[in-house]
Write a protein that binds this ligand. Structure first.
Ligand code: LLP
Length: 391
C-alpha cells in the first residue's frame, strides 16, 4: 500500500522513483469498479466478460481474473495471456472476423466456452477443425444489429456498413446451417454496437432488437442459452475525478428493465474500457517548454507510441501537471510528444499551471487502449507500468 497520495490521488513516491514514460495503475480504483460490477449483477443471470484488448497487462489481468469475470478475446495471444492469468477457459469468448487456423485450434484445445462466429466460411472452418480434433466447439453468432451508437467512426461496429457480424436478414439461414453441422454447438447470439457509448439510447434499441429476435426464434422452437450484448460503456474523459466509476447502475439497469430473458438464458456483457479506463494514467516528464510565434508547447517524453488514442481518434484526455505550484499562475499550452508526426499531440490549447522542464505530467483515463495499443515506432521502447494500492 502506498499512503502518500498527492492532491490528484497519485502515490508520489512511486511516481518519482520510476523512469518515465510509464503507466500508473490505481488498483484500488480497479477493485472498486470490479466490486461495483459484481454488486450490480448479483442475483441476476448475468456474466461479465472482460475485453482483454482494452488492457492485457499481466498484473491487471490477474487482478480481474481473481474477481471472477470471464473474458472476451480476439487473438491467440490474448487466449494465452488469459489462461496464464488464471481465467477459466469455459468463460472465454473468442471474437474477431479473421481467426486463423492455429488460433481456432488453440481455442478448441483449451476448451474455450464460445467462438463468436462472424461469417459462414468461419463457421465451416471451426466445424472442420473441431471434427479433426474429435471435439465439438461452442459457438455464438455475432449479429450486426445495424444500430448506430454515434461514437467516433473508427469505433462504431454495429452498423450495416462495417465488417463485423452477420446481418439480421442472413441470420435465419446461417442458424439453420449451423444446426446441421456435427462439430459445433450453437449456444447463442452476440451483439456489440460500438465503444465509448455514454447515452443509454443505443442500448435501449439493442434490447428492442434482441427481444424481437428472441420472439422470432421462440416461434421457430430455437432456444439460445446465451445472449451476449457486447460492451461499449463509456467513461468520463473530461472529468475523471467527478466520475471515477462509470454509471454501472444505469447501464445494467437498462438491461434488467428492458431485455426479456427467457428461463435458462444467460446474459453476457463484454466490458473493456468501463473496467480499466479510469484506473490508468500515463506519466511523463516535460522535456522542454518551447515557444513559437503564436504557441507554447509542452514537449513530453511520452508520445503517440505510448498512447495513440489522441492521434488515431482525436480523443481527448485530461492532462495534469503533478509538480507545478498553483501559485505561479496558469498558461495555455499545446501538449505534444517527441515522435516525428504532426498528429503526436495530446492536447490543444490546454490551460495548465505554469510548466517547466522536468515537471511530471499525468495523462488521465488511459487505462483502456493505452498500454495495449502502444508501439515501438521511431524505435522507442514500450512504456513500463507501476501499480499503486491493491489487495
Ligand atoms: N466486445 C467486442 C466484440 C469488441 O469489439 C469490443 C471492443 C469490446 C467488447 C469492448 O468494448 P469496450 O467496452 O472497451 O468499449 N481502441 C478504441 C476502442 C476499440 C474497441 C474495439 N472493440 C479506443 O481506444 O477508443
Amino acid at each position: 500500500m502506498n499512503n502518500a497520495l498527492d492532491k490528484h490521488g497519485f502515490a508520489m513516491d512511486l511516481v518519482e522513483q520510476t523512469a518515465t514514460p510509464f503507466y500508473y495503475y490505481d488498483l484500488d480504483l480497479l477493485h472498486a469498479t470490479l466490486d461495483e460490477i459484481n454488486r450490480q449483477i448479483e442475483g441476476h443471470p448475468f456474466k461479465v466478460h472482460y475485453a482483454v484488448k482494452a488492457n492485457g497487462n499481466p498484473r491487471i489481468l490477474k487482478e480481474i481474473a481473481e474477481s471472477g469475470l470471464g473474458t472476451d478475446l480476439v487473438s491467440g495471444g490474448e487466449i494465452k495471456a488469459a489462461i496464464a492469468a488464471g481465467f477459466d477457459p469455459r468463460e472465454m469468448t473468442f471474437s474477431g472476423v479473421g481467426k486463423t487456423d492455429w488460433e481456432i485450434r488453440l481455442g478448441i484445445e483449451n476448451g474455450i466456452g464460445c467462438f463468436n462466429v462472424e461469417s459462414i466460411p468461419e463457421l465451416e472452418v471451426i466445424n472442420q477443425l473441431a471434427g479433426e480434433m474429435g471435439k465439438k466447439a461452442g459457438i455464438t453468432f455475432r449479429v450486426n444489429p445495424d444500430i448506430d451508437a454515434h461514437t467516433h467512426k473508427y469505433i462504431t461496429t454495429g452498423t450495416a456498413d462495417n465488417k463485423f457480424g452477420i446481418s439480421i436478414e442472413a441470420l435465419d439461414q446461417v442458424i439453420r446451417h449451423a444446426l446441421t453441422l456435427p462439430h459445433v454447438n450453437l449456444r447463442g447470439l452476440h451483439f456489440h454496437i460500438g465503444s465509448q457509448i455514454t447515452e443509454m439510447q443505443p442500448y435501449v434499441m439493442l434490447c428492442e432488437t434482441v427481444n424481437r429476435l428472441l420472439d422470432r426464434y421462440d416461434a421457430q422452437g430455437i432456444h439460445f442459452e446465451i445472449i451476449n450484448v457486447g460492451g461499449g460503456l463509456g467513461i468520463d474523459y473530461m472529468d475523471p475525478d467527478a466520475h471515477p466509476l462509470p454509471d454501472l447502475e444505469e447501464y445494467f439497469g437498462t438491461f434488467k428493465r428492458l431485455l426479456k430473458l427467457r428461463p435458462n438464458q444467460l446474459l453476457h456483457f463484454e466490458l473493456g474500457r468501463a473496467i480499466v479506463g479510469e484506473c490508468g494514467s500515463l506519466i511523463s516528464h516535460v522535456v522542454f517548454v518551447k515557444e513559437t510565434r503564436n504557441k507554447k508547447f509542452i514537449i513530453l517524453d511520452a508520445g503517440m507510441t505510448d498512447l495513440i488514442r489522441p492521434a488515431l481518434y482525436e480523443a481527448r484526455h485530461k492532462v495534469q501537471n503533478l509538480t507545478a505550484a498553483d501559485s505561479d499562475g496558469q498558461e495555455t499550452y499545446d501538449v505534444v510528444g517527441p515522435v516525428c508526426e504532426s498528429s503526436d499531440v495530446f492536447a490543444h490549447d490546454c490551460l495548465l499551471p505554469v510548466t517547466r522542464r522536468g515537471d511530471l505530467i499525468a495523462i488521465r483515463s488511459a487505462g483502456a487502449y493505452g498500454e495495449s495499443m502502444s508501439s515501438c515506432y521511431n524505435m522507442r521502447s514500450l512504456p513500463s507500468s507501476v501499480f499503486a494500492g491493491g489487495k
